[in-house]
Design a protein around this ligand. Structure first.
Ligand code: PLP
Length: 405
């Protein structure tokens, strides 16, 4: 009988946020076991609602959205994105430099497919949001991971980046604010990255999907604002800031000096046309979403849900012997370190599976984020404090007796 195998293109492509551990959790759920899910940054199931005006815009415009749009998106959405770029001081962005996408995810894949030949290298952070590594690999490239340093607020290690640049390096990815660490990069660190990109002729890809989820008064700087002379690709979207991950609404804008990237841009235009256009009904909410730039989401302020949940989880994790967590400054993830010697841990995925089996809580192991050592894991702190408390109590109990075989 003829059998069909996975394409070899997928041989080294890995996306563990939805990988084998999740499959096991689904299997347990199908047997009636209740699983507390701390594994995915999807605000809606945790009781975060989209703003009313977003729902209004989408429902009002359903008829207008029946046909395909321009492949880059409807003009009013792209104009709103251009205004947002002006607000973020991202230079030289016109409506033709903006591509809307079915989430940032689609655009990450497109950005890599359009650029990479087999063997080309892209610098990607470790830990990363693993779609970046997967997209580089799927495009035939090699993701070269640079270390982000937990001891220095999870900032990128500039020396490590420098050491890893080769003649094959075409670009560097930054995720700022960061998933999974919650780090927000200072202007100084961004300037050092820009300087390296300038010296070595690299494209900067900046994933800024969490730029509106800042806490503690930290300001977000778009790296593109510091690099008017370079070609920079900035990605952003509404999944997290407006709690509409299911609407699949993102965008990508090209800024700075585009003269050096004409060929690449032609490739992006082909790929954009090939998918015809992104969800048109979702494009209709962009203008309304970006008209409220100055209103702060009160869940991020003291007394607000995300802020209080963040404070709770960081304290609770740091109170568990053998765990240490750096306080996130943005988004809704924490990436604690686990004392592997104390618990004899050599396989972090096994640790997460053991915890799932025994305590029915789902998290993601650190190597799922291309972190090299088995000594971290990620928790999503979107659930209410009552649930986070259950999770931390069970984690403390579990670790108390845990020794990996
Ligand atoms: N980039 C980062 C850093 C993310 O964390 C995520 C989702 O979790 C995405 C991109 C994908 O977002 P979207 O829903 O826009 O596809």
């Amino acid at each position: 009988m003829r059998t069909f195998n996975m394409s070899k293109k997928l041989d080294y492509v890995c996306y563990d946020v939805r990988g084998p551990v999740l499959e096991e959790a689904e299997r347990m759920r199908s047997q009636g076991i209740d699983i507390l899910r701390l594994n995915i940054g999807n605000p809606a199931p945790f009781g975060f609602d989209a703003p009313g005006e977003i729902i209004h815009e989408m429902t009002e415009n359903l008829h207008n959205a029946e046909g395909y749009s321009d492949s880059k998106g409807i003009l009013s959405a792209r104009e709103a994105i251009v205004n947002y770029c002006e607000y973020k001081k991202i230079p030289h962005v016109g409506v033709d430099d903006v591509y809307t996408g079915n989430g940032v995810s689609e655009l990450i894949v497109m950005a890599m497919q359009g650029l990479l030949d087999n063997g080309d290298e892209i610098l990607v952070p470790a830990p990363d949001y693993p779609l970046w590594t997967a997209a580089v690999t799927l495009a035939g490239g090699k993701a070269v991971h640079y270390i982000c340093d937990e001891q220095s607020e999870w900032y990128p290690d500039i020396q490590d980046i420098s050491k890893k640049i080769t003649p094959k390096t075409k670009g560097i990815v930054i995720i700022n604010p960061n998933n999974p660490t919650g780090a927000v990069y200072s202007v100084e660190i961004l300037e050092q990255i820009v300087e390296l990109a300038r010296q070595h002729g690299l494209i900067i890809f900046s994933d800024e999907i969490y730029d509106r989820l800042m806490m503690d008064g930290f300001q977000h700087t778009s790296i593109a604002s510091l690099a008017p002379d370079l070609f920079v690709v900035t990605l952003n979207g509404l999944s997290k800031s407006h709690k509409i991950a299911g609407f699949r609404c993102g965008w990508m804008c090209l800024s700075g000096d585009k003269s050096q990237a004409r060929g690449y841009i032609a490739g992006l235009n082909i790929l954009s046309s090939m998918r015809l256009c992104s969800n048109v009904q979702s494009q209709y909410v962009i203008k309304a979403a970006l008209s409220d730039i100055h209103t702060c989401d009160d869940t991020l302020l003291p007394g607000g849900r995300i802020y209080e949940q963040r404070d709770y989880i960081v304290k609770a994790l740091n109170n568990i012997p053998g765990l240490q967590a750096v306080k996130p400054k943005a988004a809704f993830y924490v990436f604690p370190r686990i004392d592997t010697k104390r618990f004899h841990i050599t396989d972090d995925e096994k640790f997460i599976l053991d915890f799932l089996h025994e305590k029915h809580i789902l998290m993601v192991h650190g190597r799922g984020f291309n972190w090299l050592m088995p000594d971290h894991f990620r928790i999503v702190y979107l659930p209410k404090i009552e649930e986070l408390k259950i999770a931390c109590d069970r984690l403390g109990d579990f670790l108390d007796g845990y020794r990996q075989a």
